[in-house]
Design a protein around this ligand. Structure first.
Ligand code: NAD
Length: 348
């Protein structure tokens, strides 16, 4: 069975999810939407993705032809030919879209800009694939929460049965995506004056067993978020810094590297490494952990990790499709399949 996937909102996340889906043998892109005929349409045309309008109004659909694009119809037509729609619209417009998907009887996946309450289910591959099997609607959590899940779930599993873990995390966030001219700050460090920030608690929507809180600040960079994380482990945890590192080195979608030895001491070099890997847009789907920034002292584990905000959630969307369609029950097998196909797609 080939799963027919539509993308609603062909922006930063949408165009990446489209390629990741296109790379898979068990799925195909049946259409992507744009709100109006802007430059992003050219990419859809070049990739051969059928182009639809986000809306059903005839004048909005006709505007595409006026700009020289073939638009195959409105959202309703796209919904009539897909099994699942990945909503990549800007945050907070989801509620209106969800109603349309439900009326059409189509399964849907939302992104981290929407609240958990919209879908009642959230998703990361490592935390709760199994709980998403067969659901009609879910939300792939934000880039930050996905990053927290990647490294904290394996730590939770290491000490499972020995007691609980609690986590304090500080999110040092990029101000804007590289293609975004409307956000800031450009000359300030801006704390999120809502304490705790939503990022940590959002992890509990996929892994409620991890007690976590977070603070966040935005800084003037467009490349990556950085997390400074403190994990309080249970007494008698039996772990060492080496054991934690070995675990992450064997964890899918986590890269552990020595910053000092490899001269990779900031997010700038991490992004250069990503460009060397060769995925489109210089994407880094993995979470990057600095080996020499990890230290376990008594019952407290300290570490830093870097998150490529535009791309770590991309392969999770592919796994989420398999969970909803119940075509792969084992999350590790899905991750393996997704990542192998993406590597082959880019010839890396
Ligand atoms: P974006 O602004 O780059 O793209 C959004 C696209 O949706 C645009 O093409 C826009 O024209 C289109 N759109 C506008 N209104 C729409 C509607 N009503 N229905 C459908 N499409 C509509 O935004 P993005 O960065 O791709 O973010 C999309 C979602 O992904 C948000 O929920 C965001 O929070 C989340 N997310 C973003 C990042 C990131 O770093 N950019 C990371 C993780 C998650």
């Amino acid at each position: 069975m080939t799963i027919k996937v539509a993308i609603n909102g062909f922006g930063t996340i949408g165009k990446r999810v489209a390629d990741a889906v296109d790379a898979q043998e068990d799925m195909e892109i049946v259409g992507v939407t744009k709100t109006s005929p802007s430059f992003g349409c050219q990419l859809a045309v070049r990739k051969g993705y059928p182009l639809y309008c986000t809306f059903d109004e005839e004048d909005k659909i006709a505007a595409f032809a006026g700009a020289g694009y073939v638009c195959k119809g409105g959202l309703s037509e796209l919904l009539s030919i897909c099994d699942v729609i990945v909503d990549c619209s800007p945050g907070k417009v989801g509620a209106e879209n969800l109603e349309k998907y439900q009326n059409a009887g189509v399964k849907s996946i939302f992104q981290g800009g929407e609240k958990h309450a919209l879908t009642g289910k959230s998703y990361t591959s490592s935390a709760n694939h199994i709980e998403n099997l067969g659901v009609n609607c879910t939300r792939v959590v934000s880039c930050n929460t996905t990053g927290l899940s990647r490294t904290l779930v394996p730590i939770y599993e290491l000490v499972q049965g020995k007691g609980s873990i609690s986590v304090n995390s500080v999110m040092i966030r990029r101000a804007a995506d590289p293609g975004d001219s409307s956000k800031g700050p450009i000359n300030a460090i801006k704390p999120v004056l809502k304490v705790p920030s939503h990022h940590g608690p959002d992890l509990m929507t996929v892994k409620p067993e991890i007690d976590i809180t977070s603070l966040a600040v935005a800084v003037p960079t467009t490349i990556m978020h950085l997390h400074a994380i403190t994990v309080n482990l249970p007494l008698g945890h039996g772990l060492s810094t080496e054991k934690v590192l070995e675990t992450w080195k064997n964890t899918q979608r986590v890269i552990v590297m020595n910053g000092t030895k490899n001269k990779i001491t900031s997010t700038a070099e991490v992004m250069e490494l990503a460009r060397d890997i060769g995925r489109k847009w210089g994407d880094l789907h993995e979470i990057f952990v600095w080996e020499d920034g990890v230290s376990l002292q008594d019952n407290t584990l300290y570490y830093f990790q870097a998150i490529h905000q535009e791309s770590d959630v991309i392969p999770e969307n592919v796994d989420a499709i398999r969970a909803m369609m119940e075509t792969e029950t084992d999350w590790k097998a899905s991750v393996e399949k997704t990542d192998r196909a993406i590597s082959a797609y880019y010839g890396i």
